[in-house]
Design a binder for this molecule. Structure first.
Ligand code: NAP
Length: 483
């Protein structure tokens, strides 16, 4: 691995400000593009997880006393280091995750934007003074950091899913223990190295790799952990929520989606095709806000399908470091098998493929698909495909499409393309989701509250709402003010 700053490649965990390997067992981390070994990380368990919580708890007691200005300065430094080392961070990210290098650089910029945003937001954890219900008194509301936060993150955005949690937590005055996804630990450890370089005190930000179940059970049952913030599947989210019930932890759950992407007959079709390309094929279709069901009005169905297929057929698939590649490998064989199952099921039930080719045996590269004549009974309509497959469903009117779009347990993102202002408002209001792109295919930004409803989760990340997730309100009734 060619890095300008070689210390960014760490193969040990970061606990209480030290780089450690406890126990001898190691996990091998491979490049999804070619199966080559990138390096190893320690397999840690419950004892090391408790050590992380000990360290974070101690660090929290000091950190909560610091001024907002001090926290802002440290976060600003972390942000600047991420920008300075963005080529190296993107190299590590592409190696372990597979996404094309340009896209990995985009993710690092996006990840850094949360650190920048919350370095500024740190100074704005304002309280309130309210008119009291009693004479000679005031109601005062202050905001205090919640305490030790445990974070568990997925492999699809190995940098951004971490900073979206860590930056607001640290800005608020909390300390963090993090378990990154086992597929992508090196990006997390590189971020920890830069946190160390930025001057974060020991124990404030700890990264542990290893046994998810053992570490997760410490995170969810240790009384000193006051909040669990998880991004990943709905299935695991439910397990963690159950486990956290015994100590009534505050939860943030950013879970799976099944986003409808609706193209009305009055839409700008070229813009809708562009939007679908971004909403569907970013990160090879492995995003929680991916367009999973593309509903197209009958009157524009053929035009949209043909224009989309033309663009999709031109997408170059390959190793993330190769020239002009825009679709990298999927993360692992399980991801390829899921795509295969969804495509085969659709074709068996009457769908047609305008383009696309499944991965060769033993490979993780899928040539992106456009499937037409989909129906709501097919697997791809009911589960996240999490791969480069664009399934097109035909619809005839607004009421019908709304009912179909909402017919899912997920409620993360939705997209609509229309030129009618009235329809845009009507449909956006009625969609059962946390986020709607209206004539836009890319909605994620540090400036906006990201999150879902229904089984897509709890809480929001980004914007000032993302900071409130790590703060508790304390109400004080101040009486005797006539004395
Ligand atoms: P996942 O299987 O739920 O895993 C996520 C993380 O949870 C991994 O680090 C995993 O570690 C850990 N984990 C699994 N079982 C655990 C347990 N019992 N206790 C503690 N930790 C446990 O999800 P994924 O496949 O990595 O990620 C894809 C999913 O994330 C998709 O559903 C996607 O929609 C969702 N996602 C949501 C958002 C959002 O903001 N809503 C953003 C990105 C991704 P191990 O692998 O070691 O088990």
């Amino acid at each position: 691995m060619q890095l300008k700053y070689s210390a960014l490649f760490q193969q040990q965990c970061f606990i209480n400000g030290e780089w450690l390997s406890i126990g001898g067992e190691k996990e091998v981390i491979t490049n999804p593009s070619n199966g080559e070994v990138i390096g190893h990380v320690p397999v840690m368990g419950a004892n090391a997880a408790t050590q992380c919580v000990d360290a974070a708890h101690q660090a929290f007691e000091q950190w909560r006393q610091t001024t907002a200005n001090h926290r802002a300065d440290i976060l600003r430094k972390w942000y600047e280091l991420m920008v300075e080392h963005s080529d190296d961070l993107a190299t590590i990210l592409t190696l372990e995750q597979g996404k094309p290098f340009a896209e990995a650089k985009g993710e690092i910029a996006y990840a850094a934007s949360f650190v920048q945003w919350y370095s500024e937001e740190a100074r704005r954890a304002y309280g309130e003074i309210m008119p009291s219900h009693r004479p000679h008194s005031k109601i005062v509301v202050t905001k205090q950091p919640i305490g030790v936060v445990a974070a568990i993150t997925p492999w699809n955005f190995p940098a951004a899913m971490i900073t979206r949690k860590a930056a607001p937590a640290i800005a608020a005055g909390c300390a963090m223990v993090l378990k990154p996804a086992p597929e992508t630990p090196f990006t997390a450890l590189a971020l920890a190295k830069l946190a160390e370089d930025a001057g974060m005190p020991k124990g404030l930000f700890n990264v542990i790799t290893g046994d998810a179940i053992a570490i997760g059970s410490v995170f969810t049952t240790d009384k000193r952990v006051r909040k669990v913030s998880f991004t990943g599947s709905t299935h695991v989210g439910k397990i963690l929520m159950n486990q956290s019930a015994s100590t009534i932890k505050k939860m943030a759950l950013e879970l799976g989606g099944n986003a409808p992407f609706i193209v009305f007959d009055d839409a700008d079709i070229d813009a809708a095709v562009e939007g679908a390309m971004i909403a569907k094929f970013r990160n090879a279709g492995q995003t929680c806000v991916c367009a999973n069901r593309i509903f197209v009005h009958d009157a524009v169905y053929d035009e949209f399908a043909n224009k989309l297929a033309k663009k999709v057929s031109a997408l170059k698939v390959g190793d993330g470091f190769a020239d002009q590649v825009v679709i990298g490998p999927l993360i692992n064989a399980g991801a390829v098998a899921k795509v295969q199952a969804h495509v085969s099921d659709a074709l068996e039930k009457g769908a047609k493929a305008l383009c696309g080719r499944l991965a060769d045996k033993g490979q993780l590269f899928v040539e992106p698909f456009v499937l037409t004549e989909m129906d709501d009974e097919m697997l791809a309509a009911n589960e996240e495909t999490f791969g480069p497959v664009a399934p097109l469903f035909r619809f005839y009117d607004e009421t019908e499409v709304l009912e179909r779009a909402n017919n899912t347990e997920s409620g993360l993102a939705a997209y609509i393309y229309t030129r009618s202002l009235g329809r845009a408002w009507r449909v956006a209001d009625a969609l059962e989701v946390g986020m709607v792109g209206i004539n836009e295919g890319l909605i994620s930004t540090a400036a906006a509250p990201f999150g879902g409803i229904k089984e897509s989760g709890l809480g929001r990340e980004g914007s000032h709402h993302g900071m409130d997730e790590f703060l508790e309100m304390k109400y004080m009734l101040m009486g005797g003010l006539d004395q």
